[in-house]
Every structure is written in structure tokens, then in C-alpha cells.
Ligand binder design. Structure first.
Ligand code: ATP
Length: 206
């Protein structure tokens, strides 16, 4: 079983961390933090450099070595790689029997049908969805609706195709909010791990 948590992580925050730890414990499996390499044309580029985003992730992974690990398969690709391509490469490496789970927030579920080759994703991975404050799940594509499944009923051995809704209690934190507060010189200490906060202040980030 492979559990991936893809994100820009600009910066990683307690919302990401709590969700990743919750899933690691629930599935009894390490979660791979998968930093995205840059962004597609339709999204603004990350503010922190790749090196800085990776250093912040390393600080967090060091704190939770049993639960988390860093997966560099996308950043080592050296250019933006849409999720379906990243997953295709990982599938080729691990074989078609391996079960893949890709963690996303509710906002990402709503925009899933805009991802490149999005229907192909259901042949490559399962999704684990954590709801997020401010996002309601409505007007979803039928292709998505028919795959939704409660976490109590999912099949752990199915390689791909399920969209599993977790029982995770949402945490109202976003990287955007952190960058904004840091820019305004408001404290961000209660939204990120202490070591990441120290790093941000040292690097004069955001
Ligand atoms: P930004 O505000 O810059 O868009 P973000 O806080 O959404 O960033 P990302 O790194 O873009 O963070 O998110 C990676 C993944 O984590 C996405 O699937 C997103 O939906 C999910 N996610 C981020 N924050 C939360 C949260 N508080 N609760 C649940 N999921 C989250």
C-alpha cells in the first residue's frame, strides 16, 4: 500500500500535518509527502524556493519518522509533472497490483475534474478526501459521485478507483493564510510546527 500526499507545501502547516498523521494511524502505513515541482500555468508559482519548501518538509518528517517520509519523485523530475504522469511513473515502478491512495482536501475534490487527464487518475490511484472548512461537496461530476465511499467501507486491496471520504475533523488553516499573516507581521505560531516557524523567520520568508 502506498499513501501519497501531494501539495505545494508553501509552507507545510498544521492542517496538512494533522491530516497526514491521522491517515498514517488510520491506515497503519507511512504517508509519503510528495512536494509538487512548481505549478501548472494556471496557478501562481510558489513563493518559497523548492529548496526552502523541501527543508521545511524535512524538519517535519524528522519529527515523525514512523509516520511520514519524503517522496521526491516529482521534484527529481525537474519540471512540472501533472499528477497523472507522476502516478503513471510510480505505477510502472510498483506494478499494477499495488494499492495507491492519494490524499486530497475537499477543495481539491471539487476541482478534480479540471486536473489533466482526470478520468485516467481513477485507473492509477484511490483518493482519500478530507473535508475542509468553507467547501461543500456539491455539483460533483457523476464520474466522481459514483466512486464516493465512506471510510468504514473501503477496500484496502483495491489498487485504484475509490474516492474515500475520511472522518477527519477539518482544521481551518491554509498556506495562503499563513503567507498573508506573516507578510502583515501577525503571528503564525499556532498554525505551523515550531521548527518550521523558526525556519520561516530565519529565512525571512513570505
Ligand atoms: P494554498 O493556500 O497556497 O493554496 P494549501 O493550504 O491549500 O495552499 P497545498 O499545499 O496546496 O496547501 O495543499 C496540498 C493538499 O492538502 C491539497 O489537496 C489540499 O486540499 C490539502 N489541504 C491543505 N490544507 C488542508 C486542510 N487544512 N485540511 C484538509 N486538507 C488540506
Amino acid at each position: 500500500m502506498i499513501i501519497l500526499f501531494g501539495g505545494t507545501f508553501d509552507p507545510i502547516h498544521n492542517g496538512h500535518l494533522k491530516l497526514a498523521l491521522h491517515i498514517a494511524s488510520k491506515f497503519n502505513c507511512k504517508v509519503d509527502l510528495l512536494p509538487l515541482n512548481g505549478t501548472p500555468n494556471y496557478k501562481p508559482a510558489p513563493v518559497a524556493s523548492l529548496k526552502q519548501r523541501l527543508e521545511m518538509l524535512r524538519l517535519v518528517v524528522t519529527m515523525y519518522p514512523e509516520q511520514l517520509q519524503l517522496n521526491l519523485s516529482e521534484t527529481e523530475y525537474h519540471e512540472y509533472s501533472p499528477s497523472y504522469l507522476t502516478l503513471s511513473r510510480l505505477r510502472a515502478k510498483y506494478g499494477k497490483e499495488e494499492s495507491f491512495f492519494f490524499i486530497i482536501g475537499g477543495d481539491s475534490l471539487i476541482s478534480l475534474s479540471t486536473w489533466d487527464n482526470w478520468k485516467e487518475l481513477f485507473n492509477l490511484t484511490n483518493f482519500i478526501v478530507a473535508m475542509r472548512p468553507g467547501y461543500t461537496v456539491e455539483n460533483l461530476d457523476n464520474e466522481i459521485i459514483k466512486r464516493l465511499i465512506d471510510i468504514r467501507n473501503y477496500n484496502q486491496n483495491m489498487p485504484a478507483g475509490q474516492i474515500i471520504i475520511t472522518d477527519f475533523t477539518p482544521v481551518d488553516i491554509s498556506s495562503t493564510q499563513i503567507r498573508k499573516q506573516q507578510k502583515n507581521l501577525d503571528s503564525i505560531a499556532d498554525m505551523i510546527p515550531e521548527s518550521v516557524n523558526l525556519y520561516i523567520q530565519q529565512q525571512k520568508l513570505y
